[in-house]
Every structure is written in structure tokens, then in C-alpha cells.
Design a protein around this ligand. Structure first.
Ligand code: NDP
Length: 340
């Protein structure tokens, strides 16, 4: 075992886009487990858009208070238990937890979930078989409620959530249309994931391109970004369309809320718009894991991971996520994965 822990702390609260100087990498002793504790060695750290909100002052939408300056950055992790005083989690157990941006962390065991590396690669517990995949599953099936033959549009289509939304829409017998920020992402979404079409919002005027891709209008718009893409999708919504409002990444770095889109089509078309936070839907975890684990194993649900090696690279990778530089689920490999 190494003698030193490495941790990334929140040093400053960003105004607008985060800067490398808003983070600080520090070393500290590796903690020793007390009675009932386990010591977790981080293998993979998940980087997710919600972390930008957790860097701000004040309360988070989860109900808690955002971390104080000087705290370890929060985050979901896959770890190996390397010392245990808790019989429920013996040494060598792989666990999904929330150690944050650090190489080692203590846990009482509360909130840890055991992982079986024979079922699926460990990293998938942070992506296609983790929080983002479940967000797609619940948001599309429970809120979007797609019917065969309908058109489902999803933004940030090549990303962790969006890539699953479009594939699930295809499994439901829908037309799946993505919106993504590069030619390579659009090609991946269509050619490898099986979407029917994908519009590059950076390369062409969005509304005419989306209209061409959706000749029968939009029945479900799964919104991951807000802003201009939402505004264009609203122009094409059909009668009684549904909009699962999942994320607003286009404005996470905005110091002030930008002027909103025109909601008149929501009214005249009786569109259902529902915001949701996946942590309110944990009752769906077993259904999600059962279905999506099977589909991944059968090759019907494909995924792509963008793995950055080294905890020290987490800040630049996170800044890049908010600029669309990631291609697939963004994960930091913090330590060795003994299962591969
Ligand atoms: P992704 O893997 O999709 O990565 C983020 C992507 O967002 C980028 O790659 C980029 O793709 C796109 N993006 C970044 N900046 C902008 C911008 N200014 N305008 C438009 N698109 C942009 O992330 P996730 O799949 O993890 O998350 C997708 C969304 O889902 C986020 O908004 C996130 O907050 C939300 N979410 C919500 C949850 C909930 O409970 N409601 C749970 C999990 C995620 P591109 O190059 O294509 O623009």
C-alpha cells in the first residue's frame, strides 16, 4: 500500500467556467479504519456534469448544503476494499461508493454496493450500468413513455446519458434522433449505436436540420442541455409530446440564467414537461440493473468510455466535460484495476 493519500480539494468557487486554480491536489496520510470501517482504494472516479453545481455556494437540489471550500471534491467511485473492520465488506471486495476525488477513503459501509467484476467490467458501474444509465432508463421509460413508431430526440447524444436514451428508444421501436457537437460524435451515434439520424449543432443551423431529421415531428424530447437545442426542439413538438427535463449543461457555467425559450408550443400542444432527479427514483434500481445488464451482455446496449489516467488530470478533464471535449462516459482511472 502507498503511504500517502492524494486528494483533490475545492480551492475556489468558480465564477463562470472552472479554472485549474479552483482545484488543489494535496497529499495526506492514508487513513486507518476504526471499528466497523473499511478502507477503500479508488480504482475509477466518475466525472459528471452535476459536479459543477456542487462547486457553487449554497444549497444543492438534493437538499444538502454544497461542500465547503477546502473539501474533497464529491464524486461516485469504484473501489477495492483493502482493509476491513466490517464483516459485510471483506478485503478484496469491489464496491460502488462515493469516495470523491481521492485515492483512498474510509467508509462505514453505509451506501456502498458490492460489484461483481464477472457480471460486467467494473467501470460500467459509473456509466452505462450506473447513475447515467439509470437516468436514461427512468427518464425515457417512466417520463418519456415512448410508443413504437414515435420520434425520440435526445441532446448530448454521444454522452453517458444520451447514448443510452437513443438505444433504449430503438429497443422500444421508435425513431431515434440525436443532437451532438461534432461529426465524429454524430457518426458514432448513427453507425455504432444505431440511431436513425444525428444533427451536429455546431456545424449547421439546428432548426432546419432537426426538421429534416424529424419529418413527423417530435414526440419525446429528452433534454440534456437546455438553451438553443431546447428552443429548436420546442418548435417541432407534436400534440401531447413529452419532455423529460434531465439536464441544462449549456448553462451550468453561466453566471446568470440566460433568457429562456418560448414555451408557447408547450401550451398549445399540451406538452408534458417534467423535470426529474434520478436520486428520487431509486425504487427503479433493480429493474434498471436487470434489464440493462442483460442488454449490455447481449450487445444490444453499447457504451463508450473516455478514460483519463491519473487523479491529477481530473480537473482538466472536468473542465473539458463542460466544453464537450469528452467522447463517452468520462472516467478517471485513479488506481490499478485488478479485475482486468
Ligand atoms: P455527457 O457524457 O453527455 O457529457 C456532457 C456533454 O454535454 C458533452 O460531451 C457535450 O457534448 C455536451 N455539452 C457540453 N457543453 C454543452 C453546451 N454548452 N451546449 C450543448 N451541449 C453541451 O454527460 P452526461 O451524460 O453525464 O450528462 C448529460 C446531462 O444529463 C447533463 O446535463 C447532466 O447534468 C444531466 N444529468 C441529469 C441527471 C438527473 O438526475 N436529472 C442525472 C445525470 C445526468 P456535445 O459535444 O455533444 O455538445
Amino acid at each position: 500500500m502507498q503511504n500517502l493519500n492524494r486528494r483533490v480539494l475545492l480551492r475556489n468557487r468558480p465564477r463562470g467556467e472552472p479554472l485549474p486554480s479552483d482545484f488543489e491536489l494535496v497529499e495526506a496520510p492514508v487513513p486507518t479504519p476504526g471499528a466497523g470501517d473499511v478502507l477503500c482504494r479508488t480504482i475509477y472516479l466518475s466525472l459528471d456534469p452535476y459536479m459543477r453545481g456542487r462547486m457553487d455556494e449554497g444549497r444543492s437540489y438534493t437538499g444538502g448544503t454544497n461542500p465547503a471550500l477546502g473539501s474533497v471534491m464529491v464524486g461516485g467511485t469504484v473501489s477495492e476494499v483493502i482493509a476491513s473492520r466490517n464483516p459485510a465488506f471483506p478485503e478484496g471486495t469491489f464496491v460502488l461508493g462515493a469516495s470523491g476525488w481521492q485515492a483512498y477513503a474510509l467508509s462505514s459501509g453505509a451506501g456502498l454496493r458490492k460489484l461483481d467484476a464477472r457480471q460486467a467490467p467494473l467501470s460500467t458501474a459509473l456509466g452505462v450500468l450506473g447513475m447515467p444509465g439509470m437516468t436514461a432508463y427512468v427518464g425515457l421509460r417512466d417520463i418519456g413513455r415512448p410508443k413504437p413508431g414515435e420520434t425520440v430526440v435526445v441532446s448530448a447524444a454521444a454522452g453517458a446519458v444520451g447514448s443510452v436514451v437513443g438505444q433504449l428508444a430503438k429497443l422500444e421501436g421508435c425513431r431515434a434522433v440525436g443532437v451532438a457537437g461534432s461529426e465524429a460524435k454524430c457518426a458514432y451515434v448513427v453507425e455504432e449505436l444505431g440511431f436513425d439520424a444525428c444533427v451536429n449543432y455546431r456545424a449547421e443551423p439546428l432548426l432546419p436540420a432537426l426538421r429534416t431529421a424529424c419529418p413527423d415531428g417530435i414526440d419525446v424530447y429528452f433534454d440534456n442541455v437546455g438553451g438553443d437545442v431546447l428552443a429548436a426542439a420546442l418548435r417541432l413538438v407534436n400534440l401531447r409530446a413529452r419532455i423529460p427535463l434531465c439536464g441544462l449543461i449549456s448553462q451550468y457555467n453561466a453566471p446568470e440564467p440566460p433568457p429562456g425559450p418560448n414555451l408557447r408550443p408547450v401550451l398549445v400542444n399540451r406538452v408534458l414537461v417534467q423535470g426529474f432527479i434520478i436520486s428520487d427514483h431509486l425504487d427503479r434500481l433493480d429493474d434498471f440493473l436487470r434489464d440493462c445488464t442483460q442488454w449490455v451482455r447481449e450487445g444490444r446496449l453499447r457504451y463508450r468510455e473516455d478514460v483519463v489516467v491519473g487523479l491529477e488530470r481530473a480537473p482538466e478533464a472536468f473542465i473539458g466535460l463542460l466544453r464537450g471535449r469528452n467522447f463517452g462516459k468520462l472516467i478517471v482511472k485513479v488506481g490499478e484495476d485488478p479485475s482486468v
